[in-house]
Write a protein that binds this ligand. Sequence first.
Ligand code: URA
Length: 240
Amino acid sequence: MRIDKFISEVGVASRKEAAKAAKRGGVLVDGIAVRDLSAHIDENRQTVTYLGRELTYNKYVYVMLNKPAGYVSATEDSRLPVVTELLSDELRKRELFPVGRLDRDTVGMMILTNNGPLAHDLLSPKHHVEKKYFFRASEPLPIGAEELFKSGVTLADGYECKEAGLSLDPDRKSGIITLTEGKYHQIKRMIASFDNAVIYLKRISFADIPLDADLAEGEWRYLSPEEEKLLLGGGKKNIL
Ligand code: URA
């Protein structure tokens, strides 16, 4: 792989920035300064140091994004902005895609990766990956809603949801819902089954990884090694 491609894909600098740094002797391959970044290296055997930092090339990248309202959970859309537009140019070259979907008006925790097999596994119904949402409804939920969630809410089309968690705030209009499946508009349809409506929805965790409170809507960061471990393990299996 070209040295400048390697540096930009690791995500520490653009090719242009890397070229400038190389002119100043800031790019080393196996300890030797290189000025021509069009040269190729074997990224599995050679060591690249950028401004004193040794770089490691990971085939797969994992990112947490705080999705704002108005964005589609996709890599392209003919009309609307998509979540991958919120990533840096460097990161977009790594062809990340969102793991699962959030509705356009839903905000919060979204994982993006270029690890296709993992994303496929995490989304498979077999895996029961736990997702938590904070919601606000227009009316209070009735006494007994918690038990109904536990035994499985029936949606208007007759679909019987899997066991889900419901923990309500004292006003019973808001709280936390825990799901292990991801049907289309699931929470909105679960709440609609009580003749009620969701007026705000935010995913607050995915596979036991909480949304970082320091990430403003529209911001992203790489997952930490501990978070990557949780994701690769699909989170805890004994849920709710
Ligand atoms: N349930 C919904 O209704 N919408 C989402 O975006 C996620 C879960």
